[in-house]
Design a protein around this ligand. Sequence first.
Ligand code: FAD
Ligand code: PYC
Length: 417
Amino acid sequence: MAKFSAFAVAKEAMRSNKGWEKQWENPEPRSSYDVIIVGAGGHGLATAYYLAKEHGITNVAVLEKGWLGGGNTGRNTTIIRSNYLYDESAGMYNHAINLWEGLSQELNYNVMFSQRGVMMIAHNVHDVQVFQRHVHANRLNGVDNKWLTPGEAKAFCPPLSISKSARYPVMGAALQKRGGVARHDAVAWGYARKASEMGVHIIQQCEVKGINRDAKGAVTGVETTRGTIGAKQVGVVAAGHTSVLMEMAGVQMPLESYPLQALVSEPVKPIFPCVVMSNTVHAYISQSDKGELVIGAGTDQYTSYSQTGGLHIATHTLEAICEMFPIFGRMKMLRSWGGIVDVTPDRSPIVAKTPVKGLYVNCGWGTGGFKATPGSGNVFAHTIAKDAPHKINEGLHLERFRTGRLVDEAAAAAVAH
Ligand code: FAD
Ligand code: PYC
């Protein structure tokens, strides 16, 4: 009898599936494209997909220095919600949730979007005031969000301790029931497969080293580790590395790059029914469909390009988790890692044209861009195709850092910075 090998079975399944085959083709770059997207994370791949699907622009290359989805897209804790404070954010994140709700069907790929509810815990009077303000602002913007007493929070998430003697007692919670999680790498693979089917080239192991411009300053293409590639339009979607890339075209960005770390536990049977976040104690948690507890921390306190996990962060985060959920006190942890997030001064993203003709940028999602992936790609594709922002991203421009018209979402970022 042939020896069973799960790997061989998976490989065969990939070979016999036309979409997969194309996705892994890694084609030779053409000498030029209509549009080059730098970065094959979820946002870059979604941009390519919507350029092809909604604007008929298929002569597109997505250039990736590593492998697709190997950046923050494959490293995040997959929390999806839209309970931000300002109109600009409500527009963007609600647009994203609307797209999430039909994404598996649209891509014919199960992204495992699960609207199990996101609950943000308040541990002090300041938290209570801030979250209640968010609940009211969200409702005005048509975003679902609800205030819960400690007892109601425990009823929604039974493992939560609401002991009054806790160091940081639970004083209430804000619950967005429409929020939840999705499978992060499936999102990259799903967009990649559909974009590839429509003719988009997804070129991995192809690092962009320079951005070329003509005598008038307009973009003419890029220098890469696989040669010079021409394009009249270049979209930079390279979270964590945006400043480095934009500097190649002489544009200075208002960004800082920080590591953000996460970890998973050994897999256990279903125990945790929702997503819980606590900015005050620096921890957030959910359970993946594989059974692992998925746990994340606040950003590291120094700028760096490190993608590793550090024990000091894990320990601090796990102390917070065990205080909120004593039931997990004896769980073993499996692995930890980091991703590099780029953070703007107002903690809101930039999805915009730049002062350089033909150059566009999508960045600054910081600790919270996974949830935006479909919406971000959708409006960025519009911005490139029309050379003008979509109504949804018109407030998320670069000039706000010069004029001071900021979109201050520091509290809604909900992850300690
Ligand atoms: P990425 O997926 O990072 O893609 C950018 C790509 O650009 C990378 O693949 C990179 O290799 C490539 N690249 C860089 N430089 C070059 C170059 N010179 N040439 C070619 N390619 C290049 N967000 C949420 O909404 N919810 C969460 O729960 C959440 N948790 C997080 C937890 C962690 C630990 C981390 C690190 C992030 C988390 N985020 C979360 C944030 C979220 O992951 C990111 O905002 C989002 O994934 C960014 O997607 P992206 O496609 O822009 O970037
Ligand atoms: O933005 O919801 C979020 C988030 C959770 C964990 C990291 N970011």
